[in-house]
Ligand binder design. Structure first.
Ligand code: AMP
Ligand code: MG
Length: 354
C-alpha cells in the first residue's frame, strides 16, 4: 500500500505543467501522462515520450462540463450534456467537434476531440490547480500494458521525463469507454450534436445499456468491437495494443492450453486464470499460475498488474484463460456484461499479432 497522498505536491506539479512539462497522475481508470492540452509543444513532448503515432489522438481531461464546453465547436448539445451529467466525473470519454483553440496535434489532426472528467481526487486536484485542460493518455510506452500503479509509470519514464504523482493502485483498472456523438443531419443544425447517433469506439466499464438509458436512443459499436459481446473470431482482426513483452495467447479450456504448451518450454509459461477451479495440476509442468478474480469489477482492476507480473524476464508465453462471455453475465447484470466485454477487447488486442 502506498502512503496517503501529500496534496502539497499538487502546486509544484501544476507549475511543472505550466512550464510545458509532463506530470503523470492517477485516475480511476489507469495512470495518465499529463500535459497542457492547449500547448502544442507540451503535447508534442507527450507523443515523443510515449513513442505514440501522431495519428492516434489524445483524450483531453477537464474539471467538468464548463471547461468541456470551451473545447467544443458550437454548443455542447443535449446528448453530450446528458452524458456528462450522468457519467462525469467518471470513465466515459466523449468525442465531439473540436474547437480551434485545441491544437491539431491533440486530435491527430482530426476535426473532433475526446473529452473526459476523471473521477479521482488527485487528478481533479491537479486539473483545478492547473486551471485548464490536460491531455492524459495512458502513462506507458505506446502499445504496451497500461499502468495502474506509480511503479508501473516509473518503469517507463525517468524522473526527468515526468513527475509522477503516486495515488496507489487505480480502482477501475482499464481505460475509459470512448463514445462518439454524431451531429444530426450533416450540414444542418450548425455545431449542435443534438439528436445524432452514438458509437462506442472503445468499450469500457460504462456499457452500451447504461448509455442507451441516458440517451434514450440506440448506441452502435465501432469497427473491431464484437457486438454480441463474444470475442471476435480471431485476434488477427485487431491491431496489437495493451501488449505484454512475451507472446500472449488466449485459451478456452485446459486441453487447448496443452497445445500451446507443446510449442513452448513449459517452464517459461505464465498462465492467467480466473477459474476458482484452476489448480497447478491442470497446468503444463512447471508453468506458473497467476490467479485473477472471478468477478468482473475485480478482474478488470487486477488484469494489467497481473499481466505485468506474468511478463517476467523468464516468461516466453503468457496464456490467458478466456473469462466469461458477456452474454452469460447479461442476465445477472448489464454492468458486469459491459466490463467483461471491455476485458475481452483488451485481451484480444494483447493477443493480436504484432
Ligand atoms: P489512451 O489515451 O491511451 O487511453 O487512448 C485514447 C483512446 O481514445 C484511443 O483509442 C484513441 O484513438 C481514442 N480517441 C482519442 N481522441 C479521439 C478522437 N478525437 N476521436 C476518436 N477517438 C479518439
Ligand atoms: Mg494507451
Amino acid at each position: 500500500m502506498s502512503d496517503p497522498f501529500d496534496f502539497s505536491l499538487i502546486d509544484a506539479a501544476a507549475e511543472r505543467l505550466r512550464s510545458g512539462g509532463l506530470v503523470a497522475f492517477p485516475t480511476e481508470t489507469v495512470y495518465g501522462l499529463g500535459a497542457d492540452a492547449l500547448s502544442a509543444d507540451a503535447v508534442e513532448r507527450v507523443f515523443q515520450a510515449k513513442g505514440r503515432p501522431a495519428a492516434n489522438p489524445l483524450i483531453v481531461h477537464v474539471t467538468g462540463i464548463d471547461m468541456a464546453a470551451t473545447l467544443v465547436d458550437g454548443p455542447l448539445g443535449d446528448d453530450a450534456t446528458r452524458l456528462m451529467r450522468a457519467f462525469w466525473p467518471g470513465p466515459l470519454s466523449i468525442v465531439l467537434p473540436r474547437h480551434q483553440r485545441v491544437p491539431g496535434i491533440v486530435t491527430g489532426g482530426g476535426p473532433s476531440v475526446a473529452l473526459r472528467c476523471p473521477d479521482h481526487p488527485i487528478a481533479l486536484a491537479l486539473l483545478f490547480a492547473f486551471g485548464g485542460p490536460l491531455v492524459g493518455p495512458s502513462a506507458n510506452k505506446s502499445g504496451t500494458v497500461s499502468p495502474t500503479t506509480a511503479a508501473h509509470v516509473r518503469e517507463a519514464f525517468d524522473g526527468q521525463t515526468a513527475l509522477v504523482l503516486d495515488g496507489g493502485a487505480c480502482q477501475t483498472g482499464i481505460e475509459s469507454t470512448v463514445i462518439r456523438l454524431e451531429q444530426a443531419g450533416a450540414g444542418a443544425g450548425g455545431g449542435s450534436s443534438m439528436g445524432g447517433g452514438a458509437t462506442i469506439l472503445r468499450p469500457g466499464v460504462v456499457g452500451a445499456e447504461q448509455l442507451e438509458a441516458v440517451l434514450e436512443a440506440p448506441v452502435r459499436f465501432g469497427p473491431g468491437i464484437s457486438e454480441a459481446g463474444a470475442p471476435l473470431p480471431s485476434p488477427g482482426m485487431l491491431a496489437s495494443h495493451y501488449a505484454p513483452r512475451a507472446r500472449t495467447v488466449l485459451f478456452s479450456d485446459w486441453s487447448e492450453l496443452e497445445l500451446f504448451a507443446e510449442e513452448a518450454d513449459s517452464a517459461s509459461i505464465a498462465v492467467l486464470s480466473h477459474s476458482i477451479l484452476a489448480e497447478e495440476s491442470d497446468l503444463p509442468p512447471r508453468a506458473i499460475l497467476h490467479r485473477l478474480p472471478a468477478t468482473a469489477t475485480e478482474y478488470a482492476a487486477a488484469l494489467y498488474c497481473t499481466l505485468r507480473e506474468a511478463d517476467a524476464p523468464g516468461t516466453s508465453l503468457i496464456a490467458v484463460h478466456r473469462p466469461p462471455l458477456p452474454q452469460y453475465a447479461q442476465a445477472d447484470s448489464p454492468e458486469a456484461a459491459a466490463i467483461w466485454r471491455a476485458v475481452h477487447d483488451r485481451l484480444m488486442r494483447a493477443a493480436a499479432p504484432r
